[in-house]
Write a protein that binds this ligand. Structure first.
Ligand code: PLP
Length: 454
């Protein structure tokens, strides 16, 4: 193709059907490429609560893109901030150089965080945030003169992105299978909290299961608590299908880690920035970790950005007590990229000026009733919710894990609602600007899709 025949950016964005690109060269992530390319679902544009697809249909976004677009799509203040940064400072090297936007964003994020999580290391994604937090944990113990603390503990069913660190501490077998020969050494897992026998159809935090945190004591007994650098969990496990922490569970994890000098990392890539009706899961559940990983909602999904928040003592030990010179041999070319930082600042302004976290909290009871209205539908074995997150779990069909979930996802899309499927669980996490009419539409369409695929 020559420059003259190549479609312009405008053609690709505004008239994809008239100038369809070939689907073949793109190797799509976490996608059944062959099935997708036979029946593609192509998005063209987005505004507030909706996508428009290539057929010109409006699709209601019930998952904030992929848990990230918390303020709704294509919000002008964010787009304008990105454009302004692109015109003024397109790129600045983050090693031995700085720019005001990333310092300003770090200050804002630290001010929002609970406790003394007052230092912020920027990365580009949730996966990078996780690998960075694991490295900081090792560097911290080494700087304290406790270099034998090298082990990490994750939780079964945890999702911590796709870096080697993340899949190693993660507890999703499907994500490890192809790479099992080269996972990180010295990693253990403790029990997850999914317990339908006791907690099915819980509203908010399930009542039973605080004691599941004690499975960490099993790992500590086996390995020695003084060999463990850090424990990493999602406050609400998202990607595995929304597992909400039982009452008292996170407090118990915190106490065990404290008793054994182990750092507790909360992976808040999904729970950060209003999703649970508070700034962070840590705020919502009133348990402060030693480090927190965030991404997604920090820029409303508009530019890739992630971050690790670290408690004061961690920064102080690794940085202030180090010999002169570079203190941490880690960082990315795009750490704190000006466009991402500009998007982050505009996003946090929007969350604040529109009171979106408070809005999520005040809509949560309505949302809870709406999600639980699906409990009587065919094959539903659980409904769960917290803040503006919901999940419906289904009986597996004929031993084929995920077949029913996938069919429901496709059927919802055909009927104009984007949901997220994990196995036989449908997860919902709409932008925090969602209106009650949208909530009705989501539940109506999901209910009809469940019936149609039953
Ligand atoms: C809890 C959690 N951690 C890490 C990640 C990885 O983030 P990314 O896809 O930006 O690398 C995700 C993504 O969904 C996540 O939910």
């Amino acid at each position: 193709m020559t420059t003259a025949t190549r479609p312009s950016l405008g053609d690709l964005l505004h008239a994809p059907l008239e100038a369809p690109p070939s689907l073949e060269p793109l190797w799509m992530p976490f996608t059944n490429n062959r099935a997708f390319k036979k029946a593609p679902r192509i998005l063209v544009s987005a505004k507030d609560m909706h996508y428009t697809d290539a057929d010109g249909r409006l699709v209601l976004d019930a998952v904030a893109g992929l848990w990230c677009v918390n303020a709704g799509h294509c919000r002008a203040p964010i787009s304008d901030a990105i454009a302004q940064a692109a015109r003024t400072l397109d790129y600045a090297p983050p090693f031995q150089m700085g720019h005001a936007l990333s310092f300003a964003l770090a200050e804002r994020v630290a001010a929002m965080a609970p406790g003394d999580l007052d230092h912020v290391f920027f990365v580009n994604s949730g996966s990078e945030a996780v690998d960075t937090a694991l490295k900081i944990a090792l560097a911290y113990h080494q700087a304290r003169g406790d270099a034998k603390r090298v082990r990490f503990v994750g939780r079964l069913r945890g999702y911590h992105g796709v870096g080697f660190g993340g899949i190693s501490v993660g507890g999703i077998p499907g994500n490890q299978k192809q790479f099992a020969a080269q996972l990180l050494p010295h990693v253990d897992h403790f029990a997850h909290t999914h317990d339908l026998a006791r907690n099915a159809f819980s509203k908010g935090q399930p009542k039973h299961g605080a004691e599941l945190a004690d499975d960490l004591l099993r790992v500590i007994a086996e390995r020695g608590g003084d060999t463990i650098a850090a424990v990493i969990v999602e406050p609400v496990a998202g990607s595995t299908g929304v597992l909400i922490p039982p009452v008292g569970y996170l407090e118990r994890l915190r106490a065990i880690c404290d008793a054994h000098g182990i750092l507790l990392i909360f992976d808040e890539v999904i729970t950060g920035f209003g999703r649970t009706g508070a700034s962070f899961g840590a705020t919502r559940f009133n348990v402060v970790p030693d480090m927190m990983t965030v991404a997604k909602g920090i820029t409303n999904g508009a530019v890739p950005l992630g971050a690790v928040l670290a408690r004061h003592a961690i920064y102080d030990t690794v940085v202030n007590q180090a010999p002169a010179g570079i203190e941490l041999f880690h960082g990315y070319t795009y750490s704190g990229h000006p466009l991402a930082a500009a998007a982050g600042l505009a996003t946090l302004d929007l969350y604040e000026s529109e009171g979106l976290f408070e809005r999520a909290a005040s809509l949560a009871p309505y949302w809870e009733d709406a999600v639980h209205s699906l409990r009587a539908r065919c094959h539903v074995i659980d409904v769960r919710n917290i803040g503006l997150v919901g999940a419906v779990e289904f009986e597996t069909r004929d031993g084929k894990l995920g077949a029913r979930g996938y069919d429901i996802f496709v059927e919802c899309f055909k009927r104009g609602v984007l949901v997220r499927q994990t196995g036989d669980i449908i997860a919902l996490s709409p932008p925090l600007i969602v209106e009650k009419t949208h909530i009705h539409e989501i539940m109506d369409v999901l209910g009809a899709a469940i019936d149609a695929t039953a």
